[in-house]
Design a protein around this ligand. Structure first.
Ligand SMILES: Nc1nc2c(ncn2[C@@H]2O[C@H](COP(=O)(O)OP(=O)(O)OP(=O)(O)O)[C@@H](O)[C@H]2O)c(=O)[nH]1
Ligand SMILES: [Mg+2]
Length: 240
């Protein structure tokens, strides 16, 4: 087995030959920081280890659960997790007719990365195009949409490291390269696309800045989202 120093050196070398799309390298580093724990004979993955793992969704994965207590006790929730990569998106269509809400995760830290599927395409530009096609879809006109501007922790780290948004997105111009300005810009950009392209001008868009690997904070956001979805469904059924 390589020593910790050896691993770091190997990863550092790899870093220099990999394209900037290799966000997994950051994750390698966080696993490497805990190499002794992870390579121990009796290693049992923690929840955090599982969260950090990159497990690409293939097809559509369904999860069903109900909440055991509280006012929504007994309500059955069905969640469909769909693969986001380009070759997975054709699998989404059959689910569009029957959903009550969509939670769209847009990774806003990827502004300096390209698609694994096509190195000519900037990942954030691709996300914006996908967002536009989802919000403009007529089949989804009455579906509540919640937008998670996700990977905010990685965005903050990149900006703190001096990576400039305007080098990758010229429309950003000479605005400040700090987290507040950048996140506000993305909030407005995604919001404006929804405003322009939604077939349902009454639809309210809910936007949250998230780092979903922070489970404590995400639990609070999910509780808010759950209430929004329930209220939206009741409204659609004209019960309130
Ligand atoms: N630091 C950080 N890592 C995140 C965040 N959200 C997801 N990740 C990590 O990003 C990687 C990709 O997450 P996945 O859940 O596999 O990505 P996905 O968007 O479902 O991708 P597909 O299944 O291909 O659609 C994993 O290693 C996650 O731990 C976040 O907010 N912050
Ligand atoms: Mg997935």
């Amino acid at each position: 087995m390589r020593s910790e120093y050896g691993w770091r050196k190997a990863v550092a070398c790899e870093w220099s030959i990999l394209p900037p799309s290799s966000s997994s390298i950051h994750l390698c580093y966080s696993y490497l920081d805990e190499i002794h724990r992870i390579t121990a004979k009796k290693y049992i993955p923690t929840d955090a280890d599982v969260l950090k793992a990159r497990l690409k969704t293939m097809g559509v994965v369904e999860h069903t659960f109900s909440i055991p207590s509280g006012s929504n006790r007994g309500v059955e929730w069905r969640i469909f997790d769909v693969g986001g990569s380009r070759n997975q998106r054709q699998a989404w269509a059959p689910y569009f007719e029957d959903v009550n809400a969509i939670i769209f995760l847009a990774p806003i830290s990827v502004f300096d990365q390209v698609l694994a599927e096509d190195a000519r395409v900037n990942r954030l530009e691709d996300t914006l195009l996908l967002w536009k096609s989802v919000v403009s879809n007529k089949l989804l006109a009455n579906v509540n949409i919640v937008l998670f501007l996700n990977k905010c922790d990685l965005l903050q780290a990149k900006l703190d490291a001096g990576i400039r948004l305007n080098q990758h997105m010229v429309t950003y111009g000479d605005r400040g390269n700090d987290y507040e300005s950048v996140s506000k810009y993305f909030r407005n950009k995604f919001g404006a696309l929804h405003q322009s392209y939604t077939p349902n001008k009454e639809r309210e868009l809910y936007i949250h800045l998230t780092a979903v690997t922070d489970t404590r904070r995400t639990a609070v956001i999910i509780a808010t989202v759950r209430d929004i979805i329930i209220k939206g469904n009741l409204r659609n059924m004209r019960l309130v």
